[in-house]
Design a protein around this ligand. Structure first.
Ligand code: SAH
Length: 451
């Protein structure tokens, strides 16, 4: 029996899915966050959980050579950087090993991990940040959300954020202190400012600040706009988003522009993209260019193809792929994203692309019913993956190639097993490091029909 608060000496044997170390005391499993394989550590047992116990490192007696320096004060509290203590190259090894192990345990175990597209920029890559606020001894504190919870971890700077975003947050805190703006309290549902969302267009330097508020009336609004513009002329849009719901979802439905155009424009792979507050946009600009270029280059084009970009967001992949195809159709559920996508086709003067606002599965089923000719499909679904019905419809449409880009290899592999039943298979898998220092991996395959 393990005792809570007691210290044990353990050796890390393996990792869990979040790259936390796993050790054993007798038959009991101890999960040790931030511990590397083969490390010998003194750990204090802090909690009992369903799978075993959580152990906190007190001292590392024998260190893994792949351990790197951590330069972050809130690393252990915020939990967003699962791999900050691991050297860059080793992060790639760990992510690859995870994918290989997932593949080996699956029904698509013939798939090979072919290549890793490593990011050059490992820090300060996040072009979007979401901040919460709280009061501590009468002073406003800005904070990040602790991983898998709604708890705010006070912060002043984050190694993953764009640095100007953190400076803007600091200025907002000053405005709150001076103008006596109350942060929203989810328990009492009182207070004004719920969240601030900041987006930066890496290539143009344009920034957007979204204030998520609990009421429509906006106290000291003019002061705030003036104060921010004076220090940060790169802010080209400020938006008030009203969210009065009892929910942890950040954005509400109602929005009004406080300053500027209401959107920002970025450049990706040579194309200009406008994005509004609610549209999805990839977090790591430079690595997204790598992902799109490398992924699209896996496809064979003759120039006469019709390409369907499913889960297209603001149309980034479709617009980029339009240079190689005869016709492109993009489908996406989010109304705002489709509005942006249509505008993006215009901005880039692309006439052979159409965007449809619909559920991807629904749309795929319609296309299959109409026996439409689709040669290439790009699937880039959210973490939940695609659906069995979508795959069924795809099998009826019989595209020659399906490029499946995924931000969760677990659901992708689940979907690849279904594709296999419909005689679509891939040979190789590629991973792209869209989220350095986190456990997240982007994986890419091209499926073709098996004859
Ligand atoms: N390909 C885009 C977006 C990928 S993120 C890019 O690279 O930027 C996944 C997208 O799927 C999001 O824009 C989300 O709004 C959209 N989405 C989620 N569920 C959907 C559904 N059922 N049908 C269509 N689109 C959906």
């Amino acid at each position: 029996m393990i005792n809570i608060n007691k210290i044990y000496e353990v050796t890390i044997k393996q990792y869990d899915e979040y790259f936390q170390g796993i050790a054993f005391v007798g038959k009991d499993k101890v999960i040790v966050p931030q511990a590397l394989k083969n490390e010998n550590c003194k750990v204090k047992i802090v909690k009992k959980i369903q799978q075993g116990y959580i152990g906190e490192i007190i001292k590392i007696k024998q260190m893994n050579k792949q351990r790197g320096k951590v330069n972050c004060a809130i690393y252990k509290k915020c939990g967003g950087c699962h791999l900050l203590h691991v050297k860059d190259e080793e992060q790639m090894t760990l992510k690859s090993e995870k994918i290989i192990s997932l593949l080996q345990r699956s029904k698509v175990n013939h798939l090979q991990l072919k290549d890793i597209w490593q990011a050059n920029k490992m820090q300060h890559y996040r072009n979007k940040v979401i901040i919460g606020f709280q009061k501590n001894h009468g002073k406003i504190e800005a904070g990040l959300y602790e991983e898998f919870s709604h708890r705010i971890v006070p912060y002043t700077s984050c190694l993953m954020h764009d640095e100007t975003s953190d400076a803007i947050v600091k200025e907002i805190c000053q405005w709150m202190n001076v103008a006596r703006i109350a942060p929203y309290d989810p328990y009492t549902r009182r207070g004004f400012l719920r969240n601030v969302l900041i987006r930066k267009a890496e290539a143009t330097n344009e920034m957007m600040v979204v204030f998520v508020t609990n009421t429509l009336t906006f106290p000291a609004r003019k002061q705030l706009i003036q104060q921010l513009l004076k220090k940060f002329p790169q802010i080209t849009s400020m938006i008030q988003n009203v969210n009065t719901r009892k929910t942890s979802i950040v954005l509400g439905d109602k929005e009004q522009i406080m300053y500027g155009k209401g959107y920002i424009e970025d450049v990706l792979c040579g194309y200009t993209f406008r994005l509004s507050s609610k549209s999805f946009y990839q977090i790591h600009h430079d690595q997204t260019e790598v992902l799109y270029q490398k992924a699209i280059s896996l496809l064979q084009f003759s120039g006469s193809e019709t390409l369907l970009d499913a889960y297209c967001g603001i149309g980034t992949i479709g617009v980029y792929a339009s240079a190689f195809a005869h016709k492109v159709i993009g489908v996406e559920l989010n109304k705002d994203a489709i509005k942006d996508a249509k505008e993006n086709a215009k901005i880039n003067k692309i006439n052979h692309i159409d965007f449809v606002c619909d559920d991807a599965t629904n749309y795929m089923m319609q296309l299959a019913k109409q026996k439409k000719n689709i040669d290439i499909v790009v699937l880039d679904p959210p973490r939940s993956g695609t659906t069995k019905e979508c795959i069924q419809a795809l099998a009826k449409l019989k595209p020659k190639q399906i490029l499946y880009i995924s931000c969760d290899p677990t659901t992708q592999i689940r979907d690849l097993e279904i594709f296999k039943q419909y005689r679509y298979e891939a040979k190789d898998m590629y991973i792209s490091d869209q989220f350095p220092n986190s456990f997240h991996v982007e994986s890419v395959v091209v499926l073709t029909p098996v004859r």
